[in-house]
Design a protein around this ligand. Structure first.
Ligand code: ACM
Length: 548
């Protein structure tokens, strides 16, 4: 299977096409590169490094990384004797966090950064440039000035559907760090599983983190693997992941789905839904009918308790509440919910969802955080199953961050006009569960394939987006949804190498991208992913999954 993944990756990356010119091979490619003619060579096979005190931690990780990935020894020394010096810049380049400058000449290597993430990214670039030659280490002479186009460059992992575990998450974060991606969106709850310990409500994990079996194949197929699936993260494990992420300048944004995609929570506490019926954690994928009841003060109190524990644990300013694909059937059938809609003059279940979202946004803001949700939270009609409920009399708080995934760019523009910041995660370009090539099964849902090239050419700030609204697009993300990735191997196949294409698409403006150059710079990553496959999860071999 591993071999097959590598061959596929090489084919997808278009091996054998002409190589782009240039001596600087960095991915994502820097904003400005001036190449020199010569090299800087160290006097031995040990790289001598020094950094100002603010950047010592970044240097420590660089040292470890060169040792693990390239078997290069790094030793710390004083500034005067160092091959590589990491110093503080007077100002950030382009006013951006994450910016850095590298100067390599005959005398040595100088990395300048204003703050720690810039130093970290400068060292990541350096790690990609160093070559081993005849007992020495060699760097191409050059000047680089670099900064990210977007401040939010995310990868999302859906563990609600498919629990992967600590080692997989850490490995993904290692690759994100190499690719200068800085937000790990952790989709921790969904209909098919609740994956985060909440002390006040232990049944969320006792009941909600386990299901009897898992649907395989496709949404309409009546096929199940018959293998129980379970898993959740304790608070201690989450702290370990958060430390791991922080060292790599990755912010972990927790996503706790509400009011929909909440069947696992309802299985644990049936009173959370207006129907109040006992259910089991679903084994079937697709949008479920069990949703939280926002008209019940006890349910709102429950959700605030959950968010309190989440905000206590995660340092991220942003808290994601999901908000996508809410089926309104239970709300329409509940006299209590209908009365609530009338009393608050909300007009429709969609209006109730906006009211609920604003209520949670205000709570999250009162705790010094900021709410984010999928673009369903705007109240715009996105799904066939919501057609009859389009009247919305309330509008979304302008403080909320809207993660655009569905509809067309006019919807994204309307959110920007209303003052919301946007993360562009348009499904047609950024969903990692979409196949690389035409797939007749996925085509039944109108899922169009996303080739490596299509992923690379994705422009998160569309050219024809209204000029005055472009600055509202603060970021972009790629999303690994969990329905059809029962094994780590299958997940890897979907993620690699497209994650690298997104990393460059989020870092560089369209005018500076070059697909041939990208394919060439991808080669060392492909080799790395061959040598360091993501470790297998415990039960990865026991599932029967559709083979490529
Ligand atoms: C989504 O894909 N349901 C956000």
């Amino acid at each position: 299977m591993k071999k097959m993944i590598l061959i596929t990756m090489l084919l997808l990356a278009g091996m054998g096409t002409s190589l782009a010119e240039g001596r600087i091979h960095i991915l994502p490619f820097p904003q400005q590169v001036e190449e020199g003619d010569g090299d800087y060579c160290t006097s031995s096979e040990v790289l001598k490094v020094a950094a100002v005190k603010e950047f010592k931690a970044e240097l420590g990780l660089f040292k470890q990384q060169l040792k693990d990935d390239r078997q290069i020894k790094v030793s710390r020394t004083c500034m005067k004797k160092a091959d590589v010096r990491v110093v503080k810049a007077v100002v950030p380049l382009a006013g951006r966090d994450g910016s850095y400058r590298i100067r390599i000449d005959g005398a040595g290597v100088l990395v300048e950064a204003y703050e720690a993430s810039g130093a970290f990214y400068g060292l990541q670039s350096l790690a990609q440039m160093v070559r081993k030659e005849e007992g020495r280490l060699v760097f191409p002479q050059c000047r680089i000035e670099d900064w990210p186009m977007l401040s939010w460059r995310s990868f999302m992992l859906d563990e609600g559907r498919s629990f992967k575990g600590m080692e997989v998450v850490k490995q993904l974060m290692d690759d994100m760090a190499r690719l200068k991606m800085n937000v790990f969106q952790w989709h921790l709850t969904d209909d098919q599983g609740w994956r985060i310990e909440i002390r006040k409500y232990p049944r969320l994990t006792e009941i909600g983190s386990k299901r009897d079996s898992t649907q395989i194949g496709w949404y309409e197929w009546d096929t199940y693997d018959g293998v129980p699936h379970e898993g959740f993260y304790t608070r201690r494990q989450i702290r370990e992941i958060l430390d791991y992420a922080a060292a790599r300048h990755i912010t972990v944004v927790p996503e706790i789905e509400m009011p929909g995609h909440s069947a696992a929570a309802v299985a644990a506490y049936p009173w959370l839904s207006a129907a109040g019926k006992e259910i089991k954690v679903p084994c079937k994928f697709g949008v479920q009918y069990n949703v939280f009841n926002p008209a019940d003060p006890k349910v709102l109190a429950f959700l605030k308790d959950v968010l309190d524990e989440v905000m206590d644990l995660f340092p991220s300013q942003v808290v994601h509440i999901g908000g996508d694909e809410v089926r309104y059937d239970e709300w329409k059938n509940s006299p209590m919910v209908q009365e609530f809609i009338r009393e608050h003059e909300l007009g429709s279940p969609a209006g109730l969802q906006v009211w609920f979202t604003n209520h949670m946004a205000a709570y999250i803001e009162s705790k010094g955080h900021r709410m984010m949700g999928w673009n369903d939270i705007t109240g715009e009609q996105l799904h066939d199953f919501q057609t009859e409920t389009s009247e919305v009399k309330v509008s979304l708080s302008p403080e909320a961050i809207v993660q655009f995934w569905s509809g067309d760019y006019s919807k994204m523009a309307r959110s920007a006009e209303r003052g919301n910041d946007i993360v562009n995660s348009f499904n047609e370009y950024t969903y990692l569960d979409y196949s690389y090539e035409y797939d007749p099964v996925q085509a039944t849902y109108n899922w169009k394939p996303i080739s490596l090239k299509k992923a690379y050419l994705f422009n998160p700030v569309p050219e024809d987006f209204p000029e005055q609204l472009k600055s509202s697009i603060i970021g972009s993300g790629c999303q690994m949804w969990g329905e059809w990735i029962p094994t780590v191997e299958k997940m890897n196949y979907q993620v690699y190498p497209r994650i690298a294409a997104y990393a460059e698409a989020f870092w560089l403006p369209a005018g500076k991208k070059d697909y041939d150059r990208f394919k060439e710079n991808l080669q060392p990553f492909l080799k790395h992913w061959e040598k360091h496959p993501v470790p297998s999860q415990k039960n990865s071999d026991s599932c029967t999954c559709r083979q490529e």
